[in-house]
Write a protein that binds this ligand. Structure first.
Ligand SMILES: [Zn+2]
Length: 430
């Protein structure tokens, strides 16, 4: 289906050439969205078209089966036409019985999604639960290192449920992206933060986008949600390197010889990995069979610059048998309770700086993340001990700021800095 825009000086003459599917603004200039076939069933373009055009467009005409999706866009009257004949009859306006009725997006409200996985299911793992809360509060990228079965994937899947509810603009942006992509958009996804978990065999094009015509990659499909990369060292190193810039700036530019396309990519990265090829390095029962060389080679697959961009890096130990046994009867704090603290911390960030702590520039970090004197000393000592890059230093400051925001404190203190330092020690001490 071809989709583009054209302008015309008069309304109502839509039936001659290609069907005109949107019309009308008060300025006398009418804007049309052209579709090759009004009965086409490619519903994925509907929301995208509507959103792109809704500035200055008051009416939008779409194939009947796509209209409810586009009706999500506020301020636009959306009409669904069964065929060209009914569209023309409506636009001619001569027969009152032929008028189409505006479509409402009620189908989306009536289609509640399944509840997201809940933190109440995660028993034990206090450190990991806390790290996930801090990551959610500041929008920080997160890396979990631990043996198979420690619960890394389970924790990752619960991050979207801790994030603040989507605003109207975010919900529309997410719906438009999914709607325009090959995976499409369903009512159950409305206002749900995306969670994308591509396999480690994914190509660079699959991850960051590409092909001809340009298709968004996983990092764009995860826009405003979570991108989960399990078994991180198993991804092609070149593919991982292509993620560095979009993770930093929240957008990706795909350049080919004939075209260049920008896609949004403001997602939160959650990565997981084993500590060594067999997965059991550091296991008290001595299950690891890897040589020190093979374990070191495994970790070297991740580049320093990529790790530098992951604010929170934690070890997730295997659950001791006693904790496993307690799982059946125990209950843990729910996602809803944690999400309230996350929302309060986010509100402080938005009020102070209009963005999450992860998104702060170096200069902004200096301005709003400076800890008190004791925190400053602790930070300097840790930086010298672990040989941090300037980038790593700023990452710790931002995480300390988030921890102080969760505590409702105006200035990060030594305890907040100390916790932030803990989140960068996994690789420092190997
Ligand atoms: Zn091993």
């Amino acid at each position: 289906m071809a989709c583009g825009t054209a302008r015309a000086q008069s309304s109502g003459s839509a039936c001659g050439e290609a069907p005109a599917l949107s019309r009308g603004n008060a300025a006398g200039e009418n804007e049309f969205v052209r579709h090759a076939d009004v009965s086409a069933d490619e519903s994925r373009v509907a929301v995208a078209s509507a959103r792109r055009e809704h500035h200055g467009v008051h009416e939008l005409y779409l194939p009947a089966q796509n209209a409810a999706e586009a009706a999500l866009v506020p301020g636009v009257a959306v009409y669904g036409a069964a065929d060209l004949r009914s569209l023309c009859a409506h636009l001619a306006g001569e027969d009152p019985d032929a008028r189409l009725a505006p479509v409402h997006a009620s189908a989306f409200d009536a289609a509640p999604a399944a509840p997201p996985p809940d933190m109440a299911d995660v028993i034990g793992q206090r450190g990991a639960r806390r790290a996930l809360e801090v990551a959610a509060a500041g929008g920080h990228h997160l890396l979990m290192v631990g043996p198979p079965g420690a619960g890394k994937s389970m924790l990752a899947a619960r991050l979207p449920g801790l994030l603040p509810p989507m605003t109207d603009d975010e919900a529309l942006a997410s719906a438009a992206l999914l709607s325009a992509s090959a995976i499409g958009f369903t009512p159950q996804q409305w206002r749900q933060r995306p969670f994308r978990a591509p396999h480690h065999s994914s190509s660079a094009a699959a991850l960051i986008g590409g092909r001809n015509p340009p298709q968004p990659g996983e990092i764009t499909l995860a826009h405003l949600g979570v991108l989960f990369l399990d078994e991180l060292p198993e991804f092609d190193r070149h593919v991982l390197e292509t993620l560095r810039e979009p993770l930093e700036v929240g957008a990706i530019t795909i350049s080919r010889a004939a075209w260049q396309t920008d896609f949004p990519a403001a997602c939160q990265l959650v990565a997981a990995m084993n500590p060594c090829p067999c997965g059991w390095r550091g296991d008290p029962a001595g299950r690891c069979r890897c040589t020190p060389e093979s374990a070191a080679r495994y970790l070297r697959k991740l580049s320093g610059p990529l790790l530098d961009r992951i604010d929170i890096q934690i070890e997730i130990p295997a659950l001791p048998p006693a904790e496993l046994a307690a799982r059946a009867s125990a209950s843990a704090e729910s996602s809803a309770a944690i999400a309230l603290r996350v929302q309060a911390a986010r509100k402080r960030q938005l009020a102070r700086q209009g963005k999450t702590n992860r998104e702060l520039t170096g200069r902004e970090t200096d301005a709003v993340c400076r800890p008190d004197a004791a925190g400053e000393t602790l930070l300097r000592e840790a930086g010298e001990r672990f040989g941090w890059s300037a980038r790593a230093h700023y990452r710790v400051l931002k995480v300390a700021r988030t921890i102080a925001d969760l505590a409702g404190m105006p200035t990060p203190e030594a305890a907040h800095v100390a916790e932030a330092v803990q989140y960068r020690r996994v690789f420092a001490e190997r």
